[in-house]
Design a protein around this ligand. Structure first.
Ligand SMILES: *[C@@H]1O[C@H](CO)[C@@H](O)[C@H](O)[C@H]1NC(C)=O
Ligand SMILES: *[C@@H]1O[C@H](CO)[C@@H](O)[C@H](O)[C@H]1NC(C)=O
Ligand SMILES: *[C@@H]1O[C@H](CO)[C@@H](O)[C@H](O)[C@H]1NC(C)=O
Ligand SMILES: *[C@@H]1O[C@H](CO)[C@@H](O)[C@H](O)[C@H]1NC(C)=O
Ligand SMILES: *[C@@H]1O[C@H](CO)[C@@H](O)[C@H](O)[C@H]1NC(C)=O
Ligand SMILES: *[C@@H]1O[C@H](CO)[C@@H](O)[C@H](O)[C@H]1NC(C)=O
Ligand SMILES: *[C@@H]1O[C@H](CO)[C@@H](O)[C@H](O)[C@H]1NC(C)=O
Length: 207
């Protein structure tokens, strides 16, 4: 466990894309389709097209625009892959899919979610590399918890180049290897950084 506190200020930018309401429903239905086992029947009983997506279990919408702003499917006993269609939930701010049994890769399309503030995918069986954009180019992202998976690959050398708000990064218990990038000092708002139980080497050098 490592704890660093740094304070430099960056300006932030955000983009706004307006798409159709039905895009959110399509994305959620694609998500449901990629689930192999819905042990408790949460999606099969509640994610039905004769009700509004905003009433679906684990889905929260914005009051004004009725777009999906949060998905919380933590501990729903879901088994399957994460669909790239999630990247179409343009208004998503919070994604919590922790403590399920997701397999396969974290889709690169997640980094299309420009409003994302927190991602929690801890305690699943994700494999492959962490999508580079998530660690390098997310202007509002504050919390990332991808611990207790089987993620591999190296940390990007340009980590935090344009992720000025990143405060908490939990990557413990994975198979990430290589050097701790020097650029980690660009993560100027970092409060908690957990990298234990990986295959990382190197030192923290403040240059
Ligand atoms: C929606 O459809 C399901 C069956 O597909 C049915 O059990 C349920 O009562 C319907 N809900 C509403 C609000 O019509
Ligand atoms: C998701 O729901 C669980 C259980 O209700 C809760 O403990 C957790 O804090 C929620 N996650 C987020 C990001 O709000
Ligand atoms: C949503 O995303 C998928 C996969 O990233 C893409 O193929 C599809 O065209 C998108 N659909 C809409 C309605 O934007
Ligand atoms: C992620 O979710 C787990 C529960 O599934 C929780 O213990 C953990 O604190 C969450 N991580 C963050 C950064 O909130
Ligand atoms: C991950 O997969 C292993 C082997 O199939 C299984 O024993 C374990 O329970 C899975 N972990 C989670 C969090 O689902
Ligand atoms: C970073 O995000 C912007 C949108 O905010 C996008 O246009 C650009 O392609 C992204 N760059 C990388 C390297 O992902
Ligand atoms: C870490 O690297 C060692 C030596 O290359 C290898 O034997 C081990 O399996 C790796 N562990 C993980 C968790 O990737």
């Amino acid at each position: 466990m490592l704890l660093i506190t740094l304070n430099i200020f960056f300006t932030l930018t955000s983009s706004s894309t307006l798409t159709d309401f039905s895009t959110d429903q399509d994305a959620l239905l694609a998500f449901k389709n990629a689930i192999i086992v819905d042990t408790n029947g949460v999606l099969s009983n509640s994610w039905l097209t004769n009700t509004s997506i905003c009433d679906w279990n684990g889905v929260s919408c914005g009051i004004k625009h009725h777009r999906v702003t949060a998905l919380n499917l933590s501990n729903f006993a879901l088994h399957g892959k994460l669909t790239p269609h999630l990247g179409n939930l343009t208004f998503l701010q919070s994604l919590d899919i922790s403590s399920n049994n997701f397999i396969g890769a974290l889709p690169a399309e997640l980094s299309k979610l420009r409003r994302l503030k927190q991602v929690n995918a801890t305690s699943n069986n994700f494999t492959g590399e962490i999508p580079r954009g998530i660690l390098t180019n997310m202007s509002l992202l504050e919390d990332i918890d991808l611990g207790f998976n089987q993620l591999s690959g190296e940390l990007p050398s340009d980590i935090c180049n344009n992720a000025p708000k990143l405060k908490r990064l939990f990557l413990s218990v994975n198979q990430i290897y290589g050097n701790i990038p020097r650029n980690i000092y660009k993560c100027s708002k970092m409060e908690e950084l957990y990298l234990s139980r990986n295959n990382l080497t190197g030192m923290f050098i403040n240059s």
